[in-house]
Design a protein around this ligand. Sequence first.
Ligand code: SF4
Length: 278
Amino acid sequence: MFNLDMFFSGDEYPPNVRETKATVALSPSRLPGLDFALNPYQGCSHRCTYCYAPYITRQPVDEWGCIISAKMNLPVLLDRELPRNRGMIGLGTVTDPYQPAERVVNLTRRCLEVLVKHRAKVSILTKSPLVTRDIDLISKLNDSEVGITITAMDSNRATIFEPYSTPPSERLDAMKILSNEGVSVYALIGPIIPTITDFRLDEFLDSIRDTGASIVMVDRLNLRPGMDIRLLKRMKEMDPSSLSILEKYIKDREFYNDIINRIRNLCENRDLEYRDAF
Ligand code: SF4
């Protein structure tokens, strides 16, 4: 299905966004370093080919991102829940809180206003430069951080599996803007994908260091049933010359270990702290 909201520039909701109500705002999180998870949207119109969120939320993979549910009562719930739930809150653990709908719906921004009011600790994860719109609020959050996901440095490579996200260069610019404003920023390199992430890896790490970020997290490819077939199909359509390499290494544990070791060494040489994600 064609993703309409990427091309929506008015001040009304994109046509695939539906208002909904949540029963709770904060859910306990088992992710490392996080106590709670906060996800303003269900569904994500970035529609990355490697996304495993549909498996977590038990949604049909083919329909993921076609309809976006905006949990409009989340700021009110959050205001009620925050006094009795202290700890690090992961904003965007399942879906991207700065996906295109947020430009108009402003739901993540309204949640941030409440988080600032309660002096909460927040870890935001996104692959959208829209996060810089809220720098006024984010910079008021103490002990907080923003992670920007980047799968590859090269725009043409990244587009293969992230057809509706902004180019990596814009994400790097966003990291620089946040960092210059004193916000703690990290790069999440992930998921590692053969022929995508390992392309010009030295330059990739140089670009991250130059943003002022001090931490690099690395995430492995989380292959769920049928995902390898979708990735290979997409590669065949977008870059047939890389198909055989992807086929050869997509399930090769040694390949991933080798890339991770290379990234770890490159981080060391650049005074970047390396961390395994999730
Ligand atoms: S941005 Fe994240 S949640 Fe959205 S489709 Fe991509 S991987 Fe899934």
